[in-house]
Design a protein around this ligand. Structure first.
Ligand SMILES: *[C@@H]1O[C@H](CO)[C@@H](O)[C@H](O)[C@H]1NC(C)=O
Ligand SMILES: *[C@@H]1O[C@H](CO)[C@@H](O)[C@H](O)[C@H]1NC(C)=O
Ligand SMILES: *[C@@H]1O[C@H](CO)[C@@H](O)[C@H](O)[C@H]1NC(C)=O
Length: 275
């Protein structure tokens, strides 16, 4: 019967065109299209966590090779006390201290770190630690040159004792019953301008989430929405499509039945046009 065939085709068409929320709906662009320069990359990507600082004597670095952490001298110049408490609470230790020899991924902080080896044992571990919505490669794999900077930033955040001085809601401000407060966020930490510029050069042609001028926080919220609609939204979209298609087909069958009934009663809905 032709009608059944038409109905089946209709279902397929509706399912295929049903609105779906997919990762693809979260826009991706190259770093160079998202951020005008290293300044915006550092200041925008992590909301207000970092400040692009051109006076290098007053700016922290996200990586180093010296035996002694150069950020300690910076902190001293900025009038900060010596960091003997981690202050931040994500995966952080309470107080900084040494890590074992297998602490290689974030090696600069091995002797005095706020992170546990177990938290930062590999780039993969770091990438996956905060949930799927925080994966930095959701616009496709990053070049290793670019990805390295994300690892370094995570090492700074988890391991650098001086980062704790920049907690957004420090102990004297933090209000446990205020839902907007937290113990993990940092704000206004001055970062070396040349470090930010290097990050920009390394990632220039890589792709990243472009939501809200490349705010990683806004991006993560978008991805969380997408993830909550099912496996990349495809399942939820498919279900919605099938439901819509079934309703349409049911209405069509109902209408057809009505026409047939009326015809049989001798009261055709469509009278032949009088010539
Ligand atoms: C950089 O900061 C240091 C320390 O605050 C200050 O003494 C110096 O004058 C600054 N340099 C420039 C070029 O502003
Ligand atoms: C690293 O070394 C510590 C102490 O020697 C050990 O407990 C831990 O399991 C090691 N971790 C890894 C990932 O090898
Ligand atoms: C803490 O936050 C709660 C909820 O927002 C508020 O009612 C209370 O006044 C705050 N306490 C202080 C000391 O600010």
């Amino acid at each position: 019967m032709g009608f059944a065939m038409d109905a089946a085709i209709l279902v397929i068409i509706i399912v295929l065109t049903a609105p779906t929320t997919r990762s693809a709906d979260v826009p991706c662009r190259t770093f160079e299209e998202i951020y005008p320069s290293g300044r915006e990359l550092c200041e925008k990507m992590f909301d207000d966590a970092f400040v692009y600082e051109t006076n290098l004597s007053k700016a922290f670095t996200m990586w180093f090779f010296e035996a002694e952490n150069p950020n300690n001298k910076v902190a001293e110049r900025l009038g900060l006390p010596s960091a003997d408490d981690c202050h931040l609470e994500y995966f952080h230790k309470e107080a900084p201290g040494p890590e074992p020899d297998n602490f290689t991924e974030c090696h600069p902080w091995k002797d005095y770190s706020c992170c546990h080896q177990d938290t930062v044992s590999s780039a993969q571990k770091i990438k996956e630690a905060y949930g799927k919505e925080w994966h930095w490669d959701r616009c496709g794999p990053l070049s290793s040159a670019c990805e390295r900077f994300f690892v370094q930033e995570a090492c700074l955040y988890e391991c650098e004792p001086n980062a704790g001085f920049y907690r957004k809601f420090p102990a004297h401000v933090y209000n446990e019953s205020d839902p907007n407060h937290n113990k993990w966020q940092i704000e206004g930490m001055p970062i070396r301008a040349d470090y930010c510029d290097a990050w920009f050069r390394a990632c220039r042609y890589d792709r990243f989430c472009a939501v809200d001028s490349g705010s990683f926080f806004s991006c993560a919220m978008e991805y969380a929405k997408v993830d909550n609609t099912g496996d990349d939204g495809v399942n939820a979209g498919l279900i919605a499509g099938v439901v819509v298609a079934c309703v349409v087909v049911a209405v069509l069958f109902g209408t057809l039945a009505y026409f047939i009934l009326q015809e049989r009663k001798g009261q055709p809905v469509f009278n032949k046009l009088e010539a």
